[in-house]
Design a protein around this ligand. Structure first.
Ligand code: FAD
Length: 316
């Protein structure tokens, strides 16, 4: 079976959910080989990757792989592309994953597809382009297909495999060492899931009205175990931090469920959320463009509807 490399995204010694999604997708195309870069590899990680279908795990855990931002990961993958000649490479369409994918494409003279939301036979990728305005099916025609897949493009399904470990030595080039990590500042981790990985996102827009009112959005999010997002109108007004902005100039999310409250549905907002599986819009204007996109719409005042919804969810 064709070998498919899957770059493992990890934080604090834990494999991120998106990697399990990539392994699940890779299984539909061939035999997944996980690629671990950086220190922190452990038997627990091996077990996790094997549980989700990694037949092989390439482990490059030299400390300096984590000291030079993303370039070492691209060099490691390029080395594996030349030695293992995989049928394709999957990375997460995160800020880091996309940068690794771009560098890898240059190094291996291969085609790249970013922001894929689905994968089909022959590495065809469903892709969202032009700020999310158009969905296309694309295929790489040169080199080894390198595909960056958005988080939440599929549900991770376990399917135990061998998880055979293979150690890899990488000799970093001088170019890879040009950028050096000088400090790491840990972001405070709240109880909510990370926005780009969350299965449910509840977002508030200008209609929320104030920073204080965002508490009703947070309450609904907490009742659903969801992440909180915001439109740019809300973040620009200082009602919610910019790191939670969803859209063209914010984060891209593809959750199972996206609830947009008091958001009109401008193209720049849609660009960041329109591949959500189910979209619910709450807006007092029945003509709001978000309703063109929504699977379910509630016309009314969010200040009444959102607390009622929270109450109903909490009863269950
Ligand atoms: P509005 O468009 O003002 O809509 C507010 C909505 O709330 C209205 O539909 C209204 O009917 C409804 N409403 C009001 N009160 C209530 C109530 N009590 N109950 C229910 N509904 C109510 N925007 C983003 O979101 N993300 C981006 O990344 C982004 N990037 C951009 C990049 C560029 C280059 C540009 C030019 C713009 C960008 N924007 C982005 C801005 C975007 O064009 C819109 O201005 C923005 O999305 C509007 O946010 P909103 O929907 O919250 O506000």
């Amino acid at each position: 079976m064709a070998e498919i490399l899957v770059l493992v995204e990890h934080v604090d010694g834990a494999v991120k959910k998106v990697t399990l999604e990539l392994l699940t997708l890779a299984r539909t195309l061939g035999s997944p080989s996980a690629v671990w870069a950086g220190p922190g590899y452990s038997p627990d990680i091996q077990a996790k990757l094997a549980e989700y279908g990694a037949d092989k795990i390439y482990v490059a855990d030299a400390a300096d792989l984590a000291d030079h931002v993303v370039a070492p990961k691209a060099e490691l993958l390029a080395q594996l592309v030349s030695t293992a000649t995989p049928a394709g490479v999957l990375v997460a369409a995160t800020a880091e994953g996309k940068e690794v994918a771009g560098r890898l494409a240059v190094k291996t003279d291969s085609g790249i597809i970013t922001d894929a939301v689905g994968l089909g036979e022959g590495f065809t990728a469903e892709q969202s382009i032009f700020g999310g305005g158009v969905n296309v099916t694309s295929r790489v025609t040169k080199g080894t297909p390198i595909i960056a897949v958005r988080p939440n493009a599929t549900t991770p399904e376990p399917s135990p495999a061998a998880g055979t470990e293979q150690r890899v030595e990488v000799t970093l080039s001088d170019t890879a060492r040009l950028a050096h990590v000088v400090d790491r500042v840990k972001q405070e981790k709240g109880a909510r899931p990370e926005l780009t990985e969350a299965a449910i996102v509840v977002s508030g827009g200008r209609g929320v009205g104030s920073a204080e009112n965002f508490s009703i959005i947070e309450k609904l999010a907490d009742s659903l175990g969801a992440a909180v997002g915001a439109s740019r109108a809300a973040t620009d007004a200082g009602w919610y931090p910019h790191q939670f902005q969803v859209g063209q100039t914010g984060k891209t999310v593809a959750p199972q469920l996206y609830i947009a409250a008091g958001i009109s549905g401008a193209i720049q907002h849609r660009a960041g959320m329109q591949t959500a599986k189910t979209i619910i819009a709450i807006n007092k204007d029945p003509e709001a463009p978000i309703f063109e996109l929504a699977d379910f719409g509630v016309v009314g005042d969010l200040h009444q509807i959102v607390p009622q919804l929270t109450e109903e969810v909490e009863k269950r």
